[in-house]
Design a protein around this ligand. Structure first.
Ligand code: FES
Length: 119
């Protein structure tokens, strides 16, 4: 299912992020990947404040220190590990996570029919 391929794992370094657009069950999903402390996370590219995309430039989702995900619109900051907003106009709301798995160095979006493979 090549349409579910999001990126290769070596395309995203520690503290880096990468946007993607993929068709999933007839829906176009705009999202992004981010790596922190060796873990990869995926979220929809919609801020819980207004629904606007978060990136200020393609593949730029992190704050200048590379610690938090930052919304380019009004500056909300989100924890990478759980998408929780800790600063800005949507404090205590969360980014919507997307299920992913890594298979042979490929980062894939999971469909509802697939279950994560044991690591
Ligand atoms: S749209 Fe993201 S903080 Fe306002």
């Amino acid at each position: 299912m090549s349409e579910l391929l999001l990126a290769r794992a070596d395309e995203i370094g520690e503290g880096a992020s990468k946007g993607f657009s993929v068709s999933w069950q007839g829906e176009l999903i705009e999202g992004f990947l981010v790596q922190q402390n060796g873990e990869l996370y995926a979220y929809r590219n919609n801020c819980p404040h207004t629904g606007a995309p978060l990136d200020w430039m393609p593949d730029q989702f992190m704050d200048v220190e590379g610690r938090y995900i930052q919304c380019s619109m009004h500056g909300a900051l989100f924890q990478v590990e759980d998408g929780l907003c800790i600063y800005g106009p949507c404090v205590s709301r969360r980014l919507e996570p997307l299920p992913i798995e890594i298979v042979q160095d490929e980062i894939r979006l999971l469909t509802r029919q697939e279950k994560p493979r044991s690591q």
